[in-house]
Design a protein around this ligand. Structure first.
Ligand code: SF4
Length: 182
């Protein structure tokens, strides 16, 4: 008996020898199971991410084993660790260099809120400079929580419109961050 689990097929119409569904759903399914993460890891939460990539937790099972260290070939920005205010513009530049569609996970208390570092030099949450799709709590979060965050992103990706960037809500969100979309 095989232990390999297949992803669930999207809703559609099925009959003998055929299966029909919409293009949106097929593309959502493909995107959700082939996310290319860009790990923006600055401190201890990054170590948990390394464990998430290791054989025990194995992010590759979710189709995300291909890390991208170039923003241009990444669609999932994973921010892990303390972000100093000086680093803020760099993080924003990385985000802006990513092509649409793109998603963001904020991993851990520091990235999400500054964590215990309520100081003049630490950004009190990356959502002050870029929009965030999923927040993973914890200091540090366990690899299971990071995987849970990735699965939440997969749900979003599967159910989003093919042209996310054309939606008025998304445009308004980016505009509120001063990011223009063509
Ligand atoms: S949330 Fe905790 S574990 Fe993560 S970077 Fe901050 S201090 Fe380190």
């Amino acid at each position: 008996m095989s232990n390999v689990k297949m992803v669930e097929a999207p809703a559609g119409i099925e009959g003998q020898g055929f299966f029909a569904t919409s293009l949106d759903k097929v593309i959502g399914l493909a995107r959700a199971n082939s996310m290319w993460p860009l790990p923006f890891a600055t401190s201890c939460c990054g170590i948990e991410f390394m464990a998430t990539m290791g054989s025990n937790y194995d992010l590759a099972r979710f189709g995300s084993e291909r890390m991208s260290f170039s923003p241009r070939q990444a669609d999932l920005l994973m921010v892990m660790g303390t972000i100093a205010k000086k680093m803020g513009p760099i993080l924003r530049q990385v985000y802006e260099q990513m092509a649409e569609p793109r998603w963001v996970i904020s991993v851990g208390a520091c990235a999400s809120s500054g964590g215990i570092f309520d100081t003049y030099s630490v950004l009190q949450g990356i959502d002050r400079i870029i929009p965030v799709d999923v927040y993973v709590p914890g200091c540090p979060p366990r690899p299971e929580q990071i995987l849970d965050g990735v699965m939440k992103i997969q749900e979003l990706v599967k159910n989003e419109s093919l042209r996310r960037r054309n939606q008025p809500e998304y445009k308004a969100l980016l505009k509120s961050y001063g990011i223009e979309v063509e």
